[in-house]
Design a binder for this molecule. Structure first.
Ligand code: UDP
Ligand code: MG
Length: 313
């Protein structure tokens, strides 16, 4: 049995060696083979330099896939899945917020329960600001209402799963990737275990608020067409309201001869309808844009350098 640890790295120069050491320590005497697949996601610091060093040393089996630029964590995970050769695969961050010891527990669960396909970790206690956790909570409740996939709130990408699951993940080769949704969409028996995220070993988080917001929109648009329906309903409701109002104005004029002074009404209606129209066009645009991106059929990432090792299969 062999386990592959897939590790996306973006500017993690100070973390990669420490990560490898932590893995070696955690898997000492585990009784199975393992490899680390580092994906260098176009880092601008010494990450690649340090990864080349780790690859040359091969303290444990190490592969390195290095991108030609920053393609994002999701692209990194996709590449990792393609290059990993394990029977079990594990997605884990490079910053040691997710401890490799937990992966050992996940592997044990998969070993003990043949029917189980995926073990996902969720954060039982979040050490982050109230505003951010409010947004995250709202995101999960929105996406679960709108889409027909069921995403467990707080479940992370930190997961260990069987090879068949990885192959299904790779079959979903969409350009705008949202792993949590993809995991939910492909199904399989999933069990959840709690974990507490540790402090980052070094460096800063790569996720700004805007990046998270865009990721959330990608998630919703990628797994639901409900926003388009929202546009349809908004259009229908405003049209009906407008028709009723028109009738009212005509009757007032014909029956009672009241000339309605309409300046304010007109301005308000123009602004309101303009706003609704722009909003709906925006929603449609999101989908058209993604269709356009996908129709270009560009690769999810471009590998610039690939370092592997002799695998005696
Ligand atoms: N990451 C990446 N590409 C990116 C952003 C992040 O490969 O564009 C990696 C990063 O190096 C880390 C993991 O994704 O290994 C999680 O990122 P981070 O720790 O910044 O996120 P957080 O833990 O704060 O959610
Ligand atoms: Mg982190």
């Amino acid at each position: 049995m062999k386990l592959s640890l897939i590790v996306p790295c973006y500017n993690e120069a100070e973390n990669v060696a420490a990560f490898e050491d932590a893995v070696i320590k955690a898997f000492e005497g585990c009784g199975y083979d393992y490899e680390i697949v580092f994906v260098n996601d176009g880092s601008r610091d010494a990450t690649l330099h340090n990864l080349r060093k780790l690859h040359a040393q091969q303290k444990c089996p190490v592969k390195v896939v290095s991108f030609s630029r920053n393609f994002g964590k999701e692209a990194g995970l996709y590449a990792g899945l393609q290059y990993a050769s394990g029977d079990y695969l594990s997605l884990i961050d490079a910053d040691l917020q997710q401890r490799p010891e937990i992966v050992r527990d996940m592997v044990r669960m998969l070993d003990e329960q043949p029917d189980l396909d995926v073990v996902a970790a969720y954060q039982d206690r979040r050490n982050e600001g109230k505003i951010l956790s409010f947004f995250k909570k709202s995101f999960y409740s929105i996406i679960n209402k709108l889409s027909n996939v069921e995403i467990k709130p707080d479940a992370s990408d930190f997961r260990t799963f069987r090879r068949s699951v990885a192959e299904s993940m790779l079959e979903l080769s969409e350009y705008h990737r949202f792993s949590k949704g993809i995991f939910a969409w492909i199904g399989y028996n999933t069990d959840y275990i709690p974990y507490t995220a540790c402090e980052r070993h070094a460096g800063k988080t790569k996720w700004s608020f805007t990046k998270l917001m865009n990721y959330a929109i990608d998630g919703i648009i990628g797994f639901s067409t409900a926003p388009l329906r929202l546009a349809t309903y908004t259009g229908m409701i405003t049209s009906v309201a407008a028709a009723i109002y028109l009738l009212a104005v005509v009757l007032q004029k014909l029956i009672w001869g009241i000339d309605v002074p309409g300046y304010a009404t007109i301005i308000v209606l123009i602004l309101l309808l303009g706003g609704i129209q722009l909003f709906c066009i925006g929603i449609i645009g999101e989908y058209v844009g993604r269709t356009f991106e996908q129709s270009k059929n560009r690769p999810i990432y471009i590998p610039k350098e690939i370092l592997t090792y002799e695998e005696n299969v």
